[in-house]
Write a protein that binds this ligand. Structure first.
Ligand code: GRF
Length: 187
């Protein structure tokens, strides 16, 4: 199974995938790791692991449509079986979803459909829920919508900050993503 992983940030979830592949515990070929902006640590992590990288920098394009087209063309060139959005903070175009229908997988740090969007951890704390978690799902053209593949619940502790809670969620998120990728590779 060939995958392309998309990141926007630190790429700690990506690192877990890189480590599992390197350890031989995840039978997946990472064809490339791509980002939507320059200078992401996720891209550095991929390069350090010897994985091919690309940047389709949103800021380099005159219009959203041109960026959409460039992202689709770049990712499609790797002919991935699955595209993984791992902390990729942009909604992709319907054309991208069509091209990778049922093969575009996203991770989110909340129990969807609760608390979608860029601040899933903060929003769960602000609401006052006592349990949140993480979700791996097939992404569609909405914001963190699409069929859910797997979830892990995480209790919110009284002294949690957004950072401590997000760190705990990310530990579970990594395990869940690797489990789902393993299942997809075995299917
Ligand atoms: C993850 O919790 C992801 O779901 C979210 O941002 C975090 C990404 O962390 N939207 P990293 O880039 O993998 O470190």
């Amino acid at each position: 199974m060939r995958i392309v992983v998309l990141v926007s940030g630190s790429g700690s979830n990506l690192q877990a995938v890189l480590d599992a592949v390197a350890a031989g515990t995840l039978p997946v070929e990472i064809a490339a790791v791509g980002a939507d902006r320059a200078d992401t640590y996720g891209i550095e992590r991929a390069a350090a692991a010897g994985v091919e990288t690309f940047v389709v920098n949103f800021k380099d394009f005159a219009s959203r449509a041109e960026w959409d087209a460039a992202l689709l063309e770049t990712v499609a060139a790797y002919a991935p079986d699955y595209v993984i959005s791992s902390g990729f903070m942009r909604i992709v175009a319907p054309s991208f979803i069509d091209a990778f229908a049922g093969r575009y997988v996203n991770t989110h740090p909340a129990l969807l459909p609760a608390f979608p969007g860029a601040h899933g951890v903060r929003d769960a704390m602000a609401y006052g829920v006592k349990v949140t978690g993480c979700t791996v799902h097939y992404a569609d053209a909405g914001v963190d919508t699409g069929p859910i593949i797997a979830q892990t619940p995480i209790a919110i502790l009284p002294d949690d900050t957004e950072e401590t809670l997000h760190e705990r969620i990310k530990v579970a998120e990594r395990e869940l993503l690797i489990k789902v990728l393993g299942d997809l590779a075995a299917a």
